[in-house]
Design a protein around this ligand. Structure first.
Ligand SMILES: [Zn+2]
Length: 490
């Protein structure tokens, strides 16, 4: 078991403070910490989706919700079961090579290229021409389209990290997230994602080590991004020049331009990718846990404010110092504990919310936001009645809370509320220092943003929190999603 991070419960005071003052702050911290300690203990085996440790964690959460008197709002009591297919890419039986006018270049799998098992079923074999599409951003509403004029049908599309600095990080992240589904609809067969050597965030060696991990996708094909088998891959940043051989373009030059956010061209590459992908598949299911606390206002109670946190973790994986359990105390027992203690505060406090509060403990976040996607697509309350989502992922109460970093803050009507609360608490708002790291789309708030079901959505804790950064609150991209104003009556 890894060391749990100790600290005080600080994050939620703006939400809890006005509603509840039933326990001294130290007691509230202790209650919160007790959930973290239990859920992150070895007995819960890191709460891997579909694994016994997750089911045990689900039982724990349901026990807490029942004790708090919250109503079940799943499809089977508190549970909303989600059916998945687990897909593992097998190194044995997989192969790839680049074929061009100069001959064939064999690639090691995984090594030079990593195939992704997420999204949907991977094609068993693929032999298709490559086309380079710059940053791979289709954002005509922002005056930018790397795919303009390219023939995508029957092609494998190669794209590069980064993008123009004139476009917000949130909007770029959104375009990247929609990309595979968008390309598949236009007849493309696959997508290879390149990262410039200077923009590497996760070392390539670690990526290849993780490439044998099982991926999940929805059993129900209607819920997948691509309706047909689609290959998604990543390429070793140190070897990306191989893809550009014979194209008349130099990868190093293109990468240097991308590092400056300068314009990058789109063009057909001189080579094809010839790949064979061996997989192992199995079906499994895992529940979201959903509870509701009805609002007190006759009219407003039909609105739901969703509070979400993912209950799953990485489960059991590659041992580190002999320990194979990825306990996930911070990511995200901390967020689950936050929701449970908010529920307690709202139940026991004097002020009762006028709107209904829906608590969503979702599964398979680490597998690609799948549990929250499922809930946002198949909600157990009317979709239009969900007026906001506040997501809690990775509360890190290990530094003094001195400022707030709202992600997508300028694109959501929740930004105004964040500003008002921050001002009241004397916590300055600071901009996201790494707008290209896709944080906007990297937790469950994004599932609600994609469906545009809530009028506002935000994430209350950062996946990459550092000193002086405490919360991240993504919002709705204005250009893609209807902008509505959240009514502010309590
Ligand atoms: Zn997380």
């Amino acid at each position: 078991m890894r060391k749990l991070v100790s600290g005080l419960f600080l994050l939620l005071s703006p939400w809890v403070g006005s509603a509840a003052a039933m326990a001294a702050p130290d007691d509230r911290a202790a209650l919160w910490w007790s959930h973290v300690q239990i859920l992150a203990s070895d007995a819960y085996e890191g709460r891997g989706t579909g694994k016994p440790g997750y089911d045990k964690a689900a039982d724990y959460v349901i026990g807490q919700l029942r004790a708090l008197g919250l109503q079940p709002a799943g499809t089977d009591g508190y549970r909303q079961s989600v059916a998945f297919v687990e897909q593992v890419i097998l190194a044995d039986g997989s192969s790839a090579r680049l074929v061009g006018p100069q001959g064939a270049t064999p690639l090691s799998v995984p090594g030079d290229i990593i195939f992704s098992g997420s999204g949907g079923p991977v094609p068993e074999a693929l032999d298709a021409p490559l086309v380079f599409a710059g940053y791979g951003l289709h954002l005509p509403e922002a005056g930018h389209d790397d795919f303009a004029g390219l023939d995508l049908k029957g092609k494998i599309v190669v794209v590069l990290s980064g993008g123009p600095s004139s476009i917000s990080g949130a909007l770029k992240s959104h375009a990247r997230s929609e990309r595979a589904g968008w390309l598949a609809k236009r007849g493309a067969l696959g997508l290879i994602q390149l990262v410039t050597p200077r923009q590497v965030e996760i070392p390539w060696g670690r990526r290849t080590a993780l490439s044998s991990q099982p991926a999940l996708f929805f059993k129900d094909a209607a819920l997948r991004d691509a309706a047909t088998p689609f290959l998604t891959a990543q390429f070793d940043p140190a070897k990306s020049a191989l893809l550009f051989a014979g194209s008349g373009h130099d990868f190093a030059q293109i990468a240097a331009a991308a590092d400056q956010s300068a314009p990058v061209p789109s063009f057909a590459l001189a080579q094809r990718l010839d790949a064979r992908v061996a997989t192992r598949r199995a079906e499994l299911s895992s529940p979201n846990i959903i509870a509701v606390m009805p609002g007190t206002d006759r009219h407003l109670k039909k609105d739901y404010v969703v509070l979400s946190a993912h209950l799953d973790g990485y489960g059991i994986g590659t041992p580190i110092d002999g320990d194979a359990i990825y306990n996930g105390a911070i990511d995200n027992a901390s967020g689950v504990a936050s929701l449970l203690e908010i529920a307690r505060a709202l139940r026991q406090g004097k002020v009762k919310p006028k709107r209904s509060i829906l608590f969503a403990f979702v599964t398979a976040e680490e597998k690609g936001l799948l549990g929250s996607t499922y809930f946002a697509r198949r909600p157990t309350v009317p979709r239009k009645a969900m007026v906001a989502d506040l997501n809690f992922d990775m509360a890190l109460p290990i530094f003094p809370l001195t400022s707030v970093t709202p992600i997508g803050y300028d694109q959501s009507s929740l930004g105004q509320d964040a500003a008002a609360v921050s001002a009241q608490m004397n916590l300055p708002i600071t901009p996201d220092p790494f707008p290209d790291r896709n944080v906007f789309i990297r937790s469950d708030q994004y599932s609600f943003i994609r469906r545009a079901s809530p009028r506002c959505s935000s994430n209350m804790a950062s996946r990459r929190t550092r000193r002086r950064r405490r919360w991240r609150r993504p919002g709705v991209p204005t250009s893609t999603i209807r902008r509505r104003t959240m009514r502010t009556s309590r």
